[in-house]
Design a protein. Structure first.
Length: 91
């Protein structure tokens, strides 16, 4: 599902105009992004938790040449699904 399809679905389910649904989606994504940048978790009960995870520096290999290279430490966004979502996906 892409953003346009999500906008249509939200518009139908929440009985909003397409423009209002698009603004709502944009606001939610912006709020989640701001929280993650600030180092906070975003917990949505029944859906899951968005959080950041630290990745340590490590040595990797160039797959074409086999040459060793250093991969810098980084911070990545992660999602941990709630038990309820896991149950629904298992069906």
């Amino acid at each position: 599902m892409n953003r346009t399809e999500l906008k249509t679905k939200v518009s139908e389910k929440a009985e909003l105009s397409a423009a209002d649904a698009d603004r709502a989606i944009g606001a939610v994504l912006e709020a989640v992004t701001e929280a993650l940048v600030a180092g906070d978790k975003v917990s949505l009960p029944g859906f899951g938790i968005f959080e950041t995870r630290e990745r340590a520096a490590r040595t990797g290999r160039n797959p074409q040449t086999g040459e060793a290279l250093e991969i810098a430490a980084s911070t990545a966004a992660a999602f941990k699904p709630a038990a309820e979502l896991k149950r629904k996906l298992a069906k």
